[in-house]
Design a protein around this ligand. Structure first.
Ligand code: GLN
Length: 292
């Protein structure tokens, strides 16, 4: 083995087989993503430089990545970043990894806020409850000129990641990140829109999630109690009272939860109408409640 030269091609072949044996879902793709991260190049580079050998230091870093990924650590945690809404977010094991499904929530928020702005509303304010990486609040700010956000997380480690992302994206002046339980730190303030992707997996289902999710992502951000709806019930107690007239609340929901969450929203006297949006897989993913 000592005289084996670890070229790009040889590493990709070896790693793809190794990941395959370990039950990793997309072994070739993950091997390519990790190797291009180590080399600081895009994936196309690998194909044009199959015979290039790695430096000892690059090889050592690649080995460490491969070991973590083979143990089913999600790629986003191995690399420490994840793309969401075209922006690059830092992620750690204190934060849920942003999902493409959640882009539906952001798009619906951006549409709503732009419409409100063109109808003459100035000084747009949003809140993001359970912000994690800050992905929701920060991408809404990035795509909505002039808006300001308050973001809250119960985990101070997650709040630190959200603040770091705000700095990285040049949005630090437009967001305040608070540590606390749901909207507790925001009492007395009023918003045009309140957003949340709360934990919504029924407790008994946590054990059935992919090893990547159940073994690595924070259960604090996943576990929604016996029926998955605990946080929606808690949000409905006082959140609608924090909406400006014509404002709205929009939340992400788990599979099969949209109907119950809409019914919960409608129990609050300030919510006069609800609507549901589907994700790219056709699943009802976002429930929005409007005030008058
Ligand atoms: N979408 C995540 C999953 O299915 C759950 C996110 C959440 O509970 N808010 O793993």
């Amino acid at each position: 083995m000592a005289d084996v030269v670890w070229t790009i091609q040889r590493l990709l072949t070896w790693t793809t087989d190794f990941f395959g044996e370990r039950g990793i879902e997309n072994p070739r793709l993950d091997a390519e993503v990790l190797l291009s991260a180590v080399l600081g190049r895009d994936r196309m580079y690998l194909y044009v430089h199959f015979d290039e050998p790695l430096e000892a230091e690059e090889l050592a870093r690649f080995r460490a990545y491969v070991k973590d990924r083979a143990a089913h650590m999600p790629l986003a945690y191995v690399l420490g970043t994840r793309e969401f809404m075209g922006l690059d977010f830092r992620v750690t094991r204190d934060t849920l990894i942003p999902r493409p499904d959640t882009e539906v929530l952001v798009e619906c928020a951006v549409d709503f806020l732009r419409t409100r702005a063109s109808a003459g509303a100035g000084d747009l304010c949003i809140a993001d409850i359970g912000t994690g990486t800050g992905a929701i609040a920060l991408s809404v700010l990035h795509y909505t000129e002039g808006a300001h956000a308050d973001a809250v997380d119960i985990s101070s480690a997650a709040a630190a990641v959200a603040r770091e992302n705000a700095e990285r994206l040049g949005l630090a002046e437009r967001i305040d990140v608070h540590v606390g339980d749901l909207a507790a730190p925001l009492m007395g303030r009023m918003y045009d829109m309140i957003l949340s992707n709360p934990p919504y997996i029924p407790t008994a289902d946590i054990g059935t999630l992919m090893p990547e999710v159940r073994g690595y992502e924070p259960h604090l951000a996943l576990d929604g109690g016996a029926d998955g709806l605990d946080f929606y019930r808690r949000l409905m107690v006082n959140i609608p009272a924090m909406l400006r007239d014509g404002g709205a609340i929009a939340v992400e929901v788990g599979i099969g939860e949209a109907h119950d969450v809409a019914a919960l929203m409608e129990t609050h006297p300030r919510i006069v109408r609800t609507e549901t949006m589907r994700d790219l897989g056709g699943i009802e993913r976002v429930v929005m409640g409007h005030t008058e």
